[in-house]
Write a protein that binds this ligand. Structure first.
Ligand code: MG
Length: 237
């Protein structure tokens, strides 16, 4: 199990061990949302999403045949709704045939609170730095195993996220925690985040709101998403 001692690995180290490959088993059917889920993408409309850099603008990703697809250059998209502690289900598909390598193959990302990224990448027979593989907490924790499906197949992330808590002076009193199942396989086991995720750096926590929107990343690759839903784990007045 990974612990905070994993922080001793330099960020994006190429010598950090690669997660062992695990076949996640046969493709399951579509996981329908439970009755208390907030459906964020039902396969038909981006009405619950905005352009992240300019939230008065609509999201401009492609929507077709029950999925949405990153349009290169259209920008990250953000939910209209905000979340704190949350259970999140996301399905994604890397482009087939595979194109590019390493971080340049099927790259996107799921950003809890718009700040804490679970990497989306085509990690099927595509080595990269371990803390940047699919299902990594980007730059912090490689997945315990590589449970990736091939490009062109739908994959699932089931995430349990607990937001950080801050005191009045802005100091973190409880760090963010993440559990993740990739294609039904446990790959992040209640890891304690070092702070926001970032490229080539591990910035410290900075006080933020208790509820913030979810972001999906435009990294230039036409990654598809479908069946995105959330369950709130804390209730607010
Ligand atoms: Mg990414």
């Amino acid at each position: 199990m990974y612990t905070e001692s994993q922080e001793s690995w330099p960020i994006h180290s190429m010598t950090r061990p690669q997660p062992p490959v695990v076949d996640p088993g046969p493709l399951p059917g579509l996981r329908q949302p439970p009755s208390d889920a907030i459906v964020l993408f039902d396969g038909k409309s981006l009405s619950g999403w905005r352009l992240a850099d300019s939230t008065d603008q609509p999201a401009q990703w492609k929507v077709a045949d029950g999925y949405m697809e990153v349009v290169a250059g259209a920008g990250n998209i953000v939910t209209a709704r905000s979340f704190g502690d949350v259970q999140l289900h996301v399905e994604f598909m890397a482009p087939a045939p595979a194109h590019g390598e390493g971080q340049g193959r099927g790259n996107s990302g799921v950003f809890l609170m718009g700040i804490y990224e679970i990497q989306v990448l085509d990690s099927y027979q595509n080595p990269t730095y371990a803390d940047g593989a699919a299902a990594a907490v980007y730059g912090q924790y490689p997945p315990l195993v590589n449970a990736s499906r091939p490009p062109g197949e739908w994959q699932t992330y089931d995430i349990v996220f607990h937001r950080p808590r801050f005191d009045a002076s802005g100091d973190v009193t409880s760090k963010a925690r993440m559990t993740l199942l990739h294609n039904g396989v446990l790959v992040q086991d209640d890891v304690v985040l070092t702070g926001p995720t970032a490229h080539k750096q591990r910035p410290p926590y900075a006080k933020h709101a208790d509820r913030l929107p979810l972001i999906l990343q435009d990294h230039g690759d036409p990654v598809r998403f479908r069946n995105v839903w959330a369950r709130e784990l804390e209730h607010h007045p």
